[in-house]
Design a binder for this molecule. Sequence first.
Ligand code: FAD
Ligand code: SF4
Length: 328
Amino acid sequence: MQPFTYAPVADAAGAAARALQGASFIAGGTDMLQLLQEGVAQPAELADINRLPLQGITEDADGAIRIGALTRLQDAADDARLREAFPVVTEALDLTASPMVRHMATVGGNLLQRTRCLYFRDVSTPCNKRLPGSGCSALDGENRHNAILGGSEHCIAVQPSDLPVALISVDAEVQIQHADGAERWVPVEDFHRLPGDTPQIETVLRQGDVILGLRIPAHARGRRSHYVKVRDRASFSWALASAAVALRLDEGGRVTEARIAVGGVATKPWRLPRVEQELLGVRLDRDRARLAAVWAAEGAVTRSGNAFKQPLLQRTVERAIIEAGELA
Ligand SMILES: Cc1cc2nc3c(=O)[nH]c(=O)nc-3n(C[C@H](O)[C@H](O)[C@H](O)COP(=O)(O)OP(=O)(O)OC[C@H]3O[C@@H](n4cnc5c(N)ncnc54)[C@H](O)[C@@H]3O)c2cc1C
Ligand code: SF4
């Protein structure tokens, strides 16, 4: 491991100022420590942001829920208001990592988790995301866990976090503060970037930004929401495919709103507008769910090891629609 300086920071302005000077942050450390050990992250300075007052969950007068960036995943999973208003979010958290990791890991850190692509984490191999211009070992290599949606000839790595997938289905936004003091809100849907020819740039964050937290607006769709995750093992495993579905139905059982996002299959948490569109106005039943879910893999590009993800994704989305619609 390369030597670095370590210092705690006390407030968001101080943290953003350190970031502007090139410091990296450490929050729960569950990803950052691995990246340091693997030699993937080599910061000159590590700023510990755990003293920032960004922990906890509050409810606005209009019913919106705010989650501080340093809130631990387990605390968010245990929040009764969040579970009642947006079950898709707490279900995704229940299925994230293990209890031990969830007690350390933070909400802000989860949005910024780096890919689990084998080559990204093995510094002896070419990887455009880790070392721009060095090539992509996954294109013709071991790519079982890589993306079938959103990839480019430069990178097909999956963004592996569960939480942002669920957050997209309930229209959450990320609150960001820059070192110049300016604050901005970015929909979670727009927070991660496609790899294109710059896979090393993964989000819309700029040098000197710190994530303050999340806000989920109040809406009826949130209550009829559900997360399905398919993985190799029952715990401690990232998604091979996952789906977050939030629906609003009228009294006759017709879909009036649908928001669907998927994970484990794409280079960023991936929304499925065509599947949403197929559901609008229909009286939901199992056949309709199956027909709509066929569109989940629209535009998919498969490789030698990951073609199985195409039917898996369609079945995962179908199941999530059925369970969100309580048709099971
Ligand atoms: C064994 C294991 C299994 C796992 N399984 C899953 C899983 O199934 N699903 C899943 O989603 N995740 C999984 N994870 C990943 C885990 O959820 C993430 O590592 C964790 O959420 C990252 O949060 P952290 O606070 O530990 O971040 P850190 O490791 O401290 O930081 C991660 C990154 O975020 C940046 N950062 C952190 N906070 C901020 C902030 N407020 N503003 C700006 N930048 C910030 C850091 O600089 C760093 O770049 C697993 C991890 C392990 C170790
Ligand atoms: S898929 Fe992306 S992260 Fe994986 S080897 Fe290729 S460039 Fe690196």
